[in-house]
Design a protein. Sequence first.
Length: 290
Amino acid sequence: MGRRRTDTRKRPVWAGPQRKTPTLLRLGVDAVNLLHDRRGIGRYARALLRRWLTDESHRVRITLLVPHIFPSLVRAPLTQQVGAGAAIARRSEAGRLGLDGVWYPWNGMTWIAPVRSVATVHDVWPFESVSPDARRRRNEQEPFRTTARVAACILADSKFTRSEIVRHLGAPVEKIRVVPLGTDFPPAHADVEPARIGGSQKYVLFVGEVEGRKNLTTLISAMGMLPTVLLRETALVIAGRAAGCEVFGLTSSLPASVLLAAGAFAVSEDFTTVPDSVRSALGLALAAGR
């Protein structure tokens, strides 16, 4: 009998189900206002970019697109704002960077990239508070019209904003996605004691630039209508820029517990004079969707 041959070939070893490698999204971001926008729009954009660059770097690669001739000159301040990890390039080069798309976070498109565009629209205020000056009206409204005409997808904060985009801009509703605003949770300062504003037991918090279209006058009037007992223990805190506003003239007729003092706790453009617990309350409210 012949000798049995031994099969020395290596057999494949089953390594279990294959893990699907996540597709890397190469996203350009219109960073024209990233350094100087201190509105909620700017804070939201910077927060998202920081999150993407730290927690989602395996899924998205960010390129900040700037109008500067020498992008390297703004690299350090941009890195300070959003963290390391983002590439920086001139926006005129967007078509040569291999980007999958460009995100415009600034409530409209002031320039058009030769790739797929996604724009965030928080509101359409130039169509609600129309400027009487023709040139200013055109400059304020044109970025929104460009968005409706060019963007492949529009991100809206709410269903109401979506309906306003459709009403004023005529954008097809099917290309508008509602993405509610959010915040990191738990927010910073979440473990501090509740604020006591001027001895009051509770407070109403207004966050935003104090201007006519924010309708702060209605809130102040409503505070003045509170029963005396409730008003005595409820303060009104305004966090935001109020330069050149008549709010303080309006509040002078209200009881002392409603009076606001700029530079004390009431008004702070950069939030530095707002108690930590007030900032925490804002974060918790956002996280809860209120």
